[in-house]
Design a protein around this ligand. Structure first.
Ligand SMILES: [Zn+2]
Length: 589
């Protein structure tokens, strides 16, 4: 079944079951209102990045209503800035849509525009500007602040809540007992748990963004409580979660898997989830888990590099924690986590921690240059080296991050290993570029990639592409990475921006496109569901807001290049969703 047909069927069925409220059903039916020229959710069938484009980047819209030519009109003086023909029609396999492309890449003059088809259909306005994505980056980074646990949060307006989850205790599965003073970190995507595995890839990627693009991020003001301090805002926000991660490290170096209640709460505000917030372990000796401990080692090794100039003592604390965690893993390489009895929050289990250990070892070597780490890393490489495979990373599969960190370290390395890593990365990057060319909406997702958290998948594709571009500069890599950003911001079969201030989305669509069941989705998005009894924030396309849907504009993006991964979320009503963004500031420089 094509995705569009699935939407109709699912909306119909769920509506009958009472899951679907009015706006949901209206939105889904709006998706299919192809003959209408209205601007409701993709109703004009011109799909593009709803925020806009960088002047020198490629610019393509996907059109799923038949037309022959198009023009781009400047909204400043109503003049025609560009005329061109649409591509031939072709089938987009994922949606079942017959689509054409409108390529207006040659238009580079900053301004506000819209696309008009010769069939009489007009698209929504968009911008071409050098700083077109800056506000999305700001919102995204502030959304991490919005996810904070254990402190007052005030994003302005009604987006506020007092301290939460201050009542903490060791669960019996942790090997310890009694109350403890462990709080902080970021709430997970939809529930109020905090999970080491998710924190690992999230904070690790954000810190990589800082390492690669710190010059652009140094003065980026996030208006968070730490603003104005010695630590740049970008690092200060990340530090909030790092400190919680450190607090989950036991004295022996091992790291507990997570902190949460025993089960998901209902849709209440975080401060209303009362009772002990448990530090949860494996339930038997040694109680800590290998994957969580190795993830912490990797992230703290990166943090030691990032904070050395701004918070030297914290940097040293991170490095000490990383070394202790790595040593613990040497003695406990195969302690896997399963939810202990009585615990029903997210498990994030993983029965293979070799990738986390590879990543931790590479990062520790990159930070310290110690021979012991180099020797260990080389011992983990497959032989022959040509068998190295690179895949886009995920929360539980971080092998590529280890390889990339080694190849990017800038230390005396094994040339053969670096060459093998680079070649494997470039091979996968070429495959993604090809995949993107086959996709009617220009993104690099294959059919099987449209799963729960698929926005994370597509964003991690972009991370891979940007790393490939560091190895071998190639405009096709950058274009493909940007196409994935365009997908996230509106160039998709639903005409949905997954997180920004220019959007057209409903929770239903977000849920359905991920094929996530209502049962699961109903467990998500609590804080914004409750706080979000607020109108949709300003959008540049007021017509899109007619339905007055209560969506939260804060996206979650981990920002930047080299991309981002953060399971954060745009969380409308019931659901939230793993959302990863890439935001290319580098091409903006
Ligand atoms: Zn909390």
């Amino acid at each position: 079944m094509y995705r569009r047909e699935f939407l109709k069927t699912a909306a119909s069925c769920l509506g009958a079951l009472g899951f679907v409220k009015d706006s949901w059903g209206a939105q889904v039916s709006g998706v299919d209102a192809g003959s209408s020229k209205s601007a409701s959710a993709g109703g004009n069938r011109i799909y593009l990045n709803q925020i806009g484009f960088l002047p020198d980047s490629s610019k393509v819209a996907t059109v799923s209503t038949r037309a022959g030519s198009f023009l781009v009109r400047s909204l400043k003086d109503n003049s025609v800035a560009l005329r061109s023909t649409l591509s031939a029609q072709r089938l987009d396999n994922a949606s079942g849509d017959s689509v054409q492309s409108a390529d207006f890449s040659t238009l580079k003059v900053p301004g506000e525009y819209r696309i008009e088809l010769d069939s009489g259909v007009s698209g929504d306005s968009f911008l071409i500007r050098k700083d077109v994505y800056d506000n999305a980056l700001l919102l995204t980074m502030r959304s991490f602040y919005g996810q904070r646990c254990g402190c007052d949060v005030n994003l302005g307006g009604k987006y506020a809540h007092p301290k939460c989850h201050m009542d903490a205790a060791f669960h019996a599965s942790s090997g310890k007992t009694g109350r403890c003073d462990i709080h902080g970190g970021w709430h997970d995507a939809g529930d109020y748990g905090r999970y080491m595995i998710n924190s690992g890839i999230t904070t690790g990627t954000l810190l990589w963004a800082w390492e690669s693009y710190g010059a652009s991020l140094h003065d980026f003001a996030l208006r968070i409580p730490e603003s104005g301090g010695k630590v740049p805002d970008f690092l200060a926000e990340i530090q909030w979660n790092l400190q919680w991660m450190l607090s989950l490290q036991d004295n022996d170096g091992g790291v507990w898997q997570k902190q949460s209640r025993d089960d998901f709460c209902s849709f209440i505000m975080p401060q209303d989830e009362l009772g002990p917030n448990y530090v949860i372990g494996t339930g038997s000796v040694p109680y800590k888990s290998t994957c969580a401990t190795a993830d912490l080692a990797a992230v703290m090794a990166i943090a030691a590099r990032c904070y050395s100039s701004y918070a030297p003592a914290f940097s040293q604390q991170c490095l000490k924690a990383a070394r202790a965690a790595w040593s613990w893993c040497q003695n406990n390489p195969n302690v896997f986590f399963k939810n202990p009895a009585g615990i029903h929050t997210a498990e994030f289990g993983d029965n293979d921690c070799r990738d986390e250990l590879l990543w931790a070892t590479a990062e520790l070597w990159r930070t310290t240059g110690d021979a012991v780490f180099h020797q260990a890393f080389m011992g983990m490489l497959p032989q022959p080296l040509a068998t190295i495979k690179i895949e886009a990373p995920s929360a539980t599969q971080v092998t590529s991050r280890g390889y990339w960190s080694y190849a990017l370290a800038g230390r005396n390395r094994s040339d053969a290993a670096v060459a093998a890593i680079q070649q494997a990365t470039l091979k996968t990057a070429r495959e993604l570029v090809h995949q993107s060319s086959e996709n009617g909406y220009g993104n690099s997702l294959a059919l099987e990639d449209y799963a729960g958290g698929s926005n994370a998948v597509v964003a991690n594709h972009s991370l891979l592409l940007l790393i490939a571009n560091q190895f071998e500069p190639d405009s096709s890599h950058l274009d493909c990475a940007l196409n994935n950003l365009h997908y996230l911001l509106g160039r998709n079969c639903l005409g949905i921006s997954w997180g920004s201030r220019s959007w057209v989305h409903t929770p239903s669509s977000i849920r359905i496109i991920g094929l996530v069941s209502p049962t699961i989705s109903l467990r998500h998005g609590r804080v914004y569901y409750q706080m979000g009894r607020m109108p949709i924030p300003r959008t540049r396309s007021p017509r899109r807001c007619r339905a007055k849907r209560r969506c939260v504009c804060m996206s979650t993006m981990s920002a930047l290049i080299p991309a981002t991964n953060r399971s954060l979320v745009a969380m409308p009503r019931w659901c939230s969703f793993s959302l990863h963004f890439t935001h290319n500031r580098a091409t903006d420089e």
